[in-house]
Design a protein around this ligand. Structure first.
Ligand SMILES: NC(=O)c1ccc[n+]([C@@H]2O[C@H](COP(=O)([O-])OP(=O)(O)OC[C@H]3O[C@@H](n4cnc5c(N)ncnc54)[C@H](O)[C@@H]3O)[C@@H](O)[C@H]2O)c1
Length: 395
């Protein structure tokens, strides 16, 4: 711990940006008993967030998840501000504004001139590096990534991402605070997509590839992964749910930031959907057509094909998780927690690898690699070594 970075137990939490994520994080922090100040540079966004929070708490009372009294006390904990100077006494500020490096850097630099020396400045960025945001600050050691998932009140996972200059005390305090909010925290390195948005790429990418090769349609691929993998939603249903605009942009960003690593290569199929504004459920059409009266396509329930599809996608997911472990992105426990708590996978991928058998995973990947001669299918060196040494991830 550096001399000037004391552990903080300061109760006041600042949230900047009152959109989907900011409002959700404010709800979580206020429910945990903190005084929360929410700021947005757009007055109507701030009013909308206030109205949405009021209606969320009303619903929670109706469903008897909260008493009237409790809801009132939580709402009273949230203050809406239109001036950053009101953040002067915050112990932790979480930024959830537009995903733009210049705008975020300016905000962090402005904040540093207002807050105390001990205030932790956190970003909820999904795709920017913590190092680049922190570089705008004089005290880069106070900057950290605290990455919630959408919707923040419901999704248990939070990725904690220290940047290259982040003080250990800041990392520990951030974890302590977020743990106290009842969240499941995992530590990860400051690399593109962190854990979840990196490891999950193959769920979408390999499924689209299978479709592009003409092996199966969307409904059949979704059916295969739900039936043989136990995933709650198939990849095409999930991409339509997340939004093809967001999902495509995340894929493109991870691929670009990994210097065009072939495992993360985006697809033209999704790019065309994005260009045509076929974003999924929110626009009424994506891989599926959600217009009223339009029947959903039925899968071809062919067991052999279904098992082939599931196996091809799961070995790609597992390979990514193993390579992430090899590159010390996170511990094996955190890698598995991240996928079960961040994207509701039925099992952690490393645990799943043990169950399938590392040799089977390796052989499936090697067959694909030999067949396609494409780097995207190369097995992780860690997988190769573990097969050689007949090891498992968990005993
Ligand atoms: N939506 C998700 O699924 C998700 C999940 C995890 C992380 N994130 C990240 O969280 C952040 C916010 O995402 P979101 O989906 O809530 O966005 P959003 O568009 O719903 O909300 C962003 C808000 O920030 C405000 N804003 C923009 N510039 C500002 C500034 N300079 N100062 C103050 N307020 C400003 C906007 O008025 C808007 O209300 C982004 O960095 C995003 O990458 C999003």
């Amino acid at each position: 711990m550096s001399n000037n970075q004391k552990p903080t137990t300061n109760n006041i939490i600042g949230i900047i940006g009152s959109g989907a994520m900011g409002a959700g994080i404010a709800q979580v922090a206020a429910t945990a008993g903190h005084s929360v100040i929410v700021y947005d540079n757009n007055d109507s966004a701030l009013s909308k967030a206030k109205a949405n929070l009021d209606s969320t708490f009303k619903k929670l009372i109706e469903k008897q998840k909260l008493t009237d009294e409790k809801a009132k006390s939580i709402i009273a904990n949230i203050q809406f501000a239109n001036d950053l100077n009101q953040f002067r006494n915050c112990g932790l500020i979480i930024e959830a504004i537009i995903e733009n490096i210049d705008v975020k850097q300016k905000l962090f630099s402005d904040l540093e001139a207002i807050v105390s020396a001990h205030c932790i400045l956190a970003t909820n960025t999904s795709s920017l590096s913590i190092a680049s945001i922190a570089s705008a600050c004089k005290k880069a050691e106070r900057v950290i990534g605290i990455h919630f998932f959408n919707p923040a009140p419901l999704m248990p996972l939070v990725e904690i991402i220290p940047g290259i200059l982040t003080d250990n005390a800041v990392t520990e305090n951030s974890k302590k605070i977020i743990d106290s909010w009842g969240k499941v925290t995992v530590f990860t390195k400051d690399t593109p997509g962190f854990i979840v948005n990196r490891v999950a790429r193959s769920f979408y990418g390999e499924s689209i590839r299978i479709y592009e090769e003409g092996m199966a349609d969307f409904a059949t691929i979704d059916w295969a992964l739900k039936t043989y993998g136990g995933f709650k939603m198939g990849p095409f249903e999930l991409m339509d749910f997340i939004g093809n605009d967001i999902n495509f942009k995340v894929t493109e960003s991870v691929w670009t930031q990994f210097f065009f690593e072939p495992r993360f290569k985006p697809s033209l199929t999704q790019k065309r959907l994005y260009e045509a504004k076929l974003f999924g459920r929110k626009s009424g059409r994506g891989y599926y057509n959600y217009a009223e009266g339009v029947a959903m396509p039925q899968p071809k329930q062919d067991e052999e094909l279904g098992k082939y599809i599931f196996n091809r996608v799961i070995v790609m997911l597992i390979n990514e998780a193993i390579d992430s472990l090899y590159l010390q992105l996170a511990t094996k426990e955190d890698l598995d927690l991240a996928m079960t708590k961040g994207v509701n996978y039925p099992k952690g991928l490393l645990k799943w690898a043990d169950e399938i058998g590392l040799k089977n995973v390796y052989t499936s990947l090697d067959v694909l690699y030999e067949l396609y001669n494409e780097d995207r299918y190369r097995p992780s060196i860690l997988l190769k070594m573990m097969v050689r040494d007949e090891k498992k991830f968990y005993s």
